[in-house]
Design a binder for this molecule. Structure first.
Ligand SMILES: *Cc1c(COP(=O)(O)O)cnc(C)c1O
Length: 375
C-alpha cells in the first residue's frame, strides 16, 4: 500500500547545515576576514582581545582567554592545578573523550561518577566518588543542558575541591539565570564547528573570575612567555587566531537568536516525538541550549538504521561511555559500574537540530519514528 508519505518527495535531513548558516552571514564574515588580511596582524591582536572581552561579558565573568581548541582549554586549566600522580578528578562518564583525556594529560586520574535522569552528573554520585586524593570536579553540561551546578558547588565547597565546568556544548545555557561558564572556578568552551558558537576551524576559550589564573593562562597559551624574551615556565602554543576571533565576533551577535530558534525547534520536536520516545526536559530554572537534541529510545540501533536508511542523519553521542573505552581499561571499571550511564549509552540518539531546520524536516523525522514504533 502506498501511503501519502511514500508518495511525497523525499525529505532529506542532514545532521548539520553549517554552510547554510554561514551563507546567511556571508557579507559580514567576509568583511571581517578582509580586514584581518589587510591588517597584517594574524595572531594575538585586537580582534582576539575584543572577542575575549565580549565573550566574558556574554558569560557574565570577569575574564576570557582564547585558545586553540576546547581540549587545550581543559588541559591548560587542569595543568594549573599541578596534579600529582594519583590525584583524582571526577567527571561524567557519558561525555566526549576530551573531558577525561584532559585530566590524564594534566597528570591526574579520571574518576567517573554516574549521571542522573538529566544525563548530567548526579551530585550524590559525585559526593560518593570523593576520596582523600580528589582534587577537582569537572561537570559537563551535556548537550547544552546545565548540570546541577548549585548542588555540585555546595559539595565542592564542603570538600574544598576545584570546579572546572566543561561547557564545551553549553554556550548560552543558564541555570537560575546564571550562564554556564560562570559557576565554577573556571570553565572551558569549545569553538569547534559543531558547537553553537563556532570558529571556521578549531578554537576554544576559558572563562574565569580568577585574576591570577587569567594572568597565568595568557602566558600558558603562548609558550609560557612573560614577554617577548623571557619564559616563565614550559608551555605550549595554543592561541586563537585573529581571523577566527574576528569571525567569532560576527557570530556572537547572532548567538541568542540562534539559541532561541534551537529552543523553538526543540519544543516542536518534543510535541511530535513524546508519544514514541523519551524527549529531553528542562527542570525549573534550567535554560537548555540544545547543542544536541538527544532523545532516548527503545531499540535504538534499529531506529538509527531506519532513520539513516531514509536520509535522516541521526547520530549517537556517544555510543561507548568513557569507562568502557580501551584507554580507560586500567582505571578498573567493571561491567556493573556506572549503570545509569551504561544503560543510557544504549538508548541515546541525537537528532538533527540547527537554525534553518524546517518544519517539514521535523515532521519527516517524527513520521519515520512513529512509523518505526508502529511496526
Ligand atoms: C567538543 C567537546 C570538547 C573538546 O573541544 P574541542 O574544541 O573539540 O577540542 C570537550 N568536551 C566536550 C563535552 C565537548 O563536546
Amino acid at each position: 500500500m502506498t501511503t501519502f508519505w511514500d508518495a511525497a518527495p523525499a525529505v532529506k535531513v542532514p545532521y548539520t547545515a553549517l554552510g547554510q548558516q554561514a551563507a546567511a552571514l556571508k557579507q559580514d564574515l567576509l568583511a571581517a576576514c578582509q580586514s584581518i588580511l589587510e591588517s597584517g596582524q594574524y595572531v594575538m591582536g585586537p580582534e582576539l582581545a575584543a572577542f575575549e572581552r565580549e565573550f566574558a561579558e556574554y558569560c557574565g565573568t570577569r575574564f576570557a582567554v582564547g585558545v586553540a581548541n576546547g581540549t587545550d582549554a581543559l588541559i591548560l586549566v587542569l595543568r594549573r592545578l599541578a596534579l600529582q600522580a594519583g590525584d583524582e578528578v571526577i567527571t561524567a562518564p557519558n561525555s566526549f573523550i576530551a573531558s577525561a583525556s584532559s585530566i590524564a594529560l594534566a597528570g591526574g586520574r579520571p574518576v567517573f561518577a554516574d549521571i542522573g535522569v538529566d544525563l548530567n552528573l548526579d551530585p550524590a554520585q559525585v559526593e560518593a566518588a570523593i576520596t582523600p586524593r580528589t582534587k577537582a570536579i569537572v561537570p559537563v553540561h551535556l548537550t547544552g543542558r546545565p548540570a546541577r551546578m548549585d548542588e555540585i558547588l555546595a559539595i565542592a565547597k564542603r570538600y574544598r575541591l576545584y570546579v572546572l565546568e566543561d561547557a564545551a556544548q553549553a554556550v548560552g545555557a543558564k541555570l537560575h539565570d546564571r550562564r554556564a561558564g560562570s559557576w565554577g572556578d573556571a570553565a572551558c568552551f569549545s569553538l569547534h564547528p559543531l558547537k553553537n558558537l563556532h570558529a571556521f576551524g578549531d578554537g576554544g576559550v576559558v572563562t574565569t573570575n580568577d585574576e591570577p589564573l587569567y594572568r597565568w593562562l595568557l602566558q600558558a597559551r603562548n609558550h609560557g612567555l612573560k614577554n617577548r624574551d623571557e619564559c616563565a615556565f614550559w608551555s605550549v602554543n595554543s592561541r586563537l587566531d585573529e581571523i577566527q576571533a574576528a569571525m567569532l565576533r560576527v557570530q556572537l551577535r547572532h548567538l541568542d537568536q540562534w539559541t532561541a530558534e534551537r529552543r523553538r525547534l526543540a519544543a516542536r520536536y518534543a510535541v511530535l516525538l513524546k508519544p514514541h520516545v523519551e524527549v529531553p526536559e528542562e527542570r525549573p530554572g534550567e535554560h537548555h541550549v540544545f547543542q544536541t537534541y538527544m532523545i532516548q529510545a527503545d531499540r535504538r540501533d534499529a531506529l538509527l538504521r531506519h532513520l539513516n536508511d531514509h536520509d535522516i542523519e541521526a547520530r549517537v553521542h556517544y555510543p561507548v561511555p568513557l569507562h568502557r573505552q580501551p584507554v580507560t581499561r586500567d582505571l578498573g571499571y567493571g561491567t556493573d559500574a556506572l549503570p545509569i550511564a551504561t544503560r543510557a549509552a544504549g538508548r541515546i540518539l541525537s537528532l538533527p537540530l540547527y537554525p534553518g531546520l524546517t518544519e517539514a524536516q521535523q515532521q519527516r523525522v517524527a513520521q519515520l519514528i512513529a512509523e518505526f514504533y508502529r511496526r
